[in-house]
Ligand binder design. Structure first.
Ligand code: AMP
Length: 150
């Protein structure tokens, strides 16, 4: 029996992604599991509270196009096929949980920054994914955030 059957790696498009995807890919390989990749685009209206008195749809479309292209290149380096690449809109924690539940994911791999000082007071996406997760979570240590670099 294999360890996991469907592994989901959550990537935020920072330089840490490679570490996280490397680990997810290894886990999927030893488990002979399907590897899926998700990136959540936070809509501009969510990020800025919807207070912007202008039409941001063209900007949003351009962000989506660039992100799609980036994800396609990034995912193909790990042999992740197009139908395993998922670009969704919303809040990262919520959408990662939703995807995992709806698609029988049994392991989610995220990056996790060690946090010190004031940065400890702020939530992290990794924490958000851990709380209420519908399956195992593997948090890959990717660096340290302090209140100086947060
Ligand atoms: P953070 O807590 O924001 O530093 O993010 C830590 C990890 O959460 C990243 O390494 C990703 O695994 C995941 N993550 C953060 N933002 C996103 C996003 N927009 N889409 C998918 N995963 C994300």
């Amino acid at each position: 029996m294999s360890l996991y059957s469907r592994v989901l790696v959550a990537v935020d498009l920072t330089e840490d992604c490679k570490l996280v995807a490397d680990r997810a890919s290894e886990i999927a390989e030893v488990s002979k599991a399907d590897l899926h990749l998700i990136h959540v685009i936070e809509p501009i209206t969510l990020s800025y509270g919807g207070d912007i008195p202008m039409d941001v749809s063209a900007v949003q479309e351009s962000i989506t196009d660039q992100t799609e292209a980036y994800i396609a290149t990034f995912a193909s380096a790990y042999g992740i096929p197009f139908d395993h690449q998922h670009l969704v809109y919303g809040r990262p924690e919520r959408e990662i949980h939703r995807f995992a539940m709806e698609n029988d994911v049994d392991c989610i791999v995220v990056g996790s920054h060690g946090r010190h000082g004031l940065a400890l007071l702020f939530g992290s996406t990794a924490n958000g994914v851990l709380h209420g997760a519908p399956c195992d979570i593997i948090a890959v240590r990717v660096g340290v955030i302090t209140d100086e670099n947060e």
